[in-house]
Design a protein. Structure first.
Length: 464
């Protein structure tokens, strides 16, 4: 796909992204803001544009080359000469003469050169298509990375908000337990131990609220750095989240898709192909090259030439006009260049071996990650269901413990412990829901199917 076609496909994404004032930011809006402000995306986009210039540059070496040169020269030349002659009586006579030249020369040369055979240039033209495809694959990988990063940072903020809300609720509950324990101690219904236990739990919850506020601020700052706007309020996740297995629900299908569509792997393979093509290009530098050369030249001289001696002087105009036309074949063959060509060919071969090894390593990493993330989705589904039941069980246990405390079958420590267990279960449950969504997105990234449409579909599970 050419760059301009891909750009047209992203027009929707690069539209107006800033939400109206006072409205909560959702995941889709945050993604568009990130894509608009992220320097890594701009770098990848510029790199893709620059790489597309490789083809016209390579093609230029095979197209006709036309050049025009012109010149105007003024020549002023004065000279003198001394000559000695033998005359009658064996006497010598010396004569001194002078010569002056003042001329202006005008001329131009137009030349056309057409490549008839240059194997290296043809190989470079083929290589340019691979270079452009590699840049587009890298851009696609960057976009998917932004999608995943934005989603993770968004869910990190929501998780920090959930934890803070649960910790505040626990703090209020512990405050009520502390007040009750202190009142019972005052009237002699309980020992000081119960009041101190309640105070310890309350103080721990109060410290937890402070720590959770800091964690929320840090999560918001991370997201703000990515999207470039303040994060005041984000749309939260719906209480009921559908839990679906990967589609297709078969690991081999995901592995096959990942090994054929993962953009990072595609870019690594294309980079190896570029390096392989470069071996032939470096070798071709030692092959003969044949060019057709056509040229036309024009030259005009005007001025005067003067000569003088003691007995005579002569002045004559210097005027000449000439045209020249040339057609020929230019053959060049660098038979030996001190070993430079063979050295560069060996260097290109070693570079190809390095990029080929990188492609193999990338393929293994992609396969391993795909397998791990496939099972992570299944594991997170089980975790969400188990922790959801754990929250229900701990709420029931807390109510039963509080009821038992009222009738004297449970202690204050039992109530505080049950309250803390509920807080831990709520935090774990909230984390599991976001981990499930991130696992789905990560698996899509492995398979090369993490598109803006995937993020847009997740937006329906947010409370707007």
């Amino acid at each position: 796909m050419r760059f301009n076609q891909m750009t047209a496909a992203l027009i929707l994404v690069l539209g107006a992204a800033i939400a109206p004032p006072g409205r909560a930011l959702d995941l889709w809006t945050v993604y568009r803001l990130a894509l608009h402000n992220d320097p890594q995306y701009r770098q990848a986009m510029a790199t893709a544009r620059a790489s597309e210039e490789a083809r016209p540059q390579a093609l230029a070496a095979l197209l006709p080359q036309v050049s025009l040169t012109g010149s105007i020269n003024d020549v002023n030349n004065d000279s003198s000469s001394v000559q000695t002659f033998t005359i009658q009586g064996n006497k010598f006579q010396t004569f001194t003469g002078t010569s002056t030249t003042n001329t202006r020369t005008r001329g131009y040369t137009a030349q056309l050169t057409e490549t008839l055979f240059n194997w290296g240039s043809w190989l470079a033209l083929n290589q340019s298509d691979t270079t452009g495809a590699e840049a587009l694959a890298t851009l696609n990988s960057t976009i998917q990375g932004i999608l995943l990063t934005v989603s993770q940072d968004y869910f990190n903020v929501l998780y920090a908000e959930d934890v803070l809300a649960a910790q505040r609720a626990a703090k209020k509950a512990f405050a009520r337990q502390l007040a009750l324990a202190q009142e019972q101690y005052k009237v002699g219904l309980s020992a000081i131990t119960a009041a101190e236990q309640a105070r310890a739990s309350y103080d721990s919850a109060a410290a937890g609220v402070i720590a959770d506020k800091l964690a929320l601020t840090q999560a918001q700052q991370t997201l703000e750095t990515l999207i470039g706007v303040p994060v005041v309020h984000l749309s939260p996740l719906t209480p009921t989240l559908p839990l679906a297995n990967p589609n297709p629900d078969n690991l081999n299908d995901w592995l096959e898709r990942a090994l054929s569509e993962n953009p990072t792997l595609i870019a690594a393979r294309l980079a190896a192909r570029v390096s392989r093509d470069n071996i032939g290009i470096q070798r071709a530098a030692g092959y003969p090259a044949l060019n057709l050369v056509l040229s036309h030249g024009y030259n005009n001289v005007t001025g005067a030439v003067s000569q003088a001696s003691p007995n005579s002087s002569l002045t004559a105009p210097a005027i000449s006009t000439g045209n020249s036309n040339l057609i020929g074949l230019d053959l060049s063959w660098p038979i030996y260049s001190g070993g430079l060509i063979s050295s560069r060919a060996r260097q290109a071969r070693y570079e190809y071996q390095a990029t080929a090894a990188t492609a193999v390593q990338t393929e293994r990493t992609v396969a391993s990650n795909t397998q791990t993330n496939f099972f992570s989705v299944l594991s997170e589904i089980a975790q969400v269901r188990a922790l959801e039941q754990s929250v229900r069980s701990n709420r029931t246990a807390l109510k039963a413990t509080e009821a038992g405390y009222k009738v004297g079958t449970q202690t204050m420590v039992d109530v505080l412990t049950a309250r803390q267990n509920l807080l831990t279960a709520e935090e774990s449950y909230a984390q599991s829901r976001y981990n499930y969504l991130v696992a789905i997105l990560t698996l899509d990234e492995d398979a090369g199917t993490l598109t803006p449409a995937v993020v847009h579909s997740l937006n329906q599970y947010l409370l707007h």
